[in-house]
Ligand binder design. Structure first.
Ligand code: NAD
Ligand code: IPM
Ligand code: MN
Length: 383
């Protein structure tokens, strides 16, 4: 079978990590007899430099035509002083909205090989783990196309050209439909996990959060075998560090999900480990072969501080490609094979700098660069 994959390598470390995702997809293609055709697209800083806009219309149109979109990262200091609507990050928001991918799945689990790269003590991890292990395995389902990121925003002092003291505002709006569909995505995920779902909000202050709870009260009735709980986001941020094993699926708003997933990534060893899948509705006109439209990206950014040094961790990008195989193409065996290969290189002690065992010096660990790590995963696919 052949698949059309839109690629946005983007800025900073983006192209450095993307090349390994495509190499690995090609190796999977050879091994299992699939063809991945890539449509490379410009978005973010690169597109600003060549066209003046972060998301050229033809980029979005081409992405909509493809079977899935794989994106590395966009942004960087070069474009940080541009007005909001011209910044590279607008491309991300435009692609997410334009593809209708409202449910962003961000899995965060501690792999045993990276135990020492997790900053939490054994006894603290074990205390909240259902099996008493020094480990955790959670999934953040982040609402991705609404909330504060997409609400009305502006300046109140526009008339004076911003020269006199004024004000600025951003707003959070969530419709019943937006909340319901992301909650259902969370419940569906919980069904095939440990049957627990925690809604993280700020319902003690925000009206929109109270509305989330009203929707949840109705939707949860359709999932009687899933235990629903609620936490305020400040407490949730604390609980993630104090007792991460208590969580199975967390469903939360766009902004809270962004923040909590970076926090959770540290518990897994590094932000360079976490992939994500953003999915739309199977009923959307952009759905392909009955599967929702999908956009796949690591949760990290363009990491300008380490760009062009061959030290970025490519595993989050590679694991995002595995999620694409699973969710967009239904290629479960192939997705698992990539995950097995990643596990194998970690078993062999290979570590990019960000996941070196910091506490014990990591006697059996070998620090490798981006290219060596990518090549090792590819080789592990042949074994
Ligand atoms: P970042 O995620 O790029 O980097 C944060 C820290 O993590 C840095 O110290 C970086 O070196 C490290 N890091 C990130 N990815 C890594 C990897 N794969 N391997 C090793 N270390 C890694 O966040 P930031 O510095 O706040 O943002 C930099 C730029 O990226 C900004 O322009 C931001 O808007 C953008 N950004 C883009 C995306 C995206 O395109 N999806 C996501 C987040 C941030
Ligand atoms: C992410 C990023 C983006 C977000 C930014 C760059 C717009 O932080 O994908 O996590 O906040 O969604
Ligand atoms: Mn983020």
């Amino acid at each position: 079978m052949s698949y059309q994959v839109a690629l946005v390598p983007g800025d900073g470390i983006g192209p450095e990590v993307m090349v390994h995702a495509t190499e690995i997809l090609d190796a999977i293609g050879d091994k299992y007899d699939h063809v991945f055709n890539y449509v490379e697209l410009e978005a973010g800083g690169k597109a600003i430099d060549s066209t003046g806009e972060p998301l050229p219309a033809d980029t979005l149109e081409a992405a909509q035509q493809c079977d899935a979109l794989l994106l590395a990262a966009v942004g960087g200091p070069k474009w940080d002083t541009l007005p909001g609507h011209l910044r590279p990050e607008r491309a991300l928001l435009g692609l997410r909205a334009g593809l209708g991918v409202f449910a962003n799945l961000r899995p965060a689990a501690l792999l045993p090989q990276l135990r020492q790269a997790c900053p939490i003590k054994d006894e603290v991890l074990a205390a909240s783990n259902p099996e008493g292990k020094a480990s955790f395995d959670l999934l953040i389902v982040r609402e991705l196309t609404g909330g504060l990121y997409f609400g009305k925003r502006g300046r109140i002092d526009e008339a004076s050209g911003g020269h006199s003291p004024g004000a600025a505002f951003d707003t959070e709006t969530y419709s019943w439909t937006e909340i319901e569909r992301v909650l259902r995505a969370g419940y569906d995920a919980a069904k095939v996990r440990r049957h627990k779902l925690c809604i993280v909000d700020k319902a003690n202050v925000l009206e929109s959060s109270r509305y989330w709870r009203e929707v949840a009260a109705v939707v949860s009735k359709d999932y009687p075998d899933i235990e629903t709980s609620y936490l305020y986001v400040d407490n949730a941020a604390m609980q993630l560090i104090r007792a991460p094993g208590q969580f199975d699926v967390i469903v939360t708003s766009n902004l809270f999900g962004d923040i909590l997933s970076d926090e959770a990534s540290v518990l897994t060893g590094s932000i360079g480990m976490l992939p994500s899948a953003s999915l739309g509705s199977p009923a959307d006109p952009l759905a392909k072969n009955g599967r929702p439209m999908g956009m796949y990206e690591p949760i990290h950014g363009s990491a300008p501080d380490i760009a062009d040094q061959d030290i970025a961790n490519p595993l989050a990008m590679i694991l995002s490609a595995a999620m694409m195989l699973r969710y967009s193409f239904g290629l479960e065996k192939e997705a698992k094979d990539i995950e097995r290969a990643v596990n194998k290189v970690l078993d062999d002690g290979l570590r990019t700098k960000d996941i070196v065992n910091r506490s014990s010096g990591g006697a059996n660990e070998k620090v490798v660069g981006t290219k060596e790590m990518g090549a090792a995963v590819r080789k592990a696919l042949e074994e």
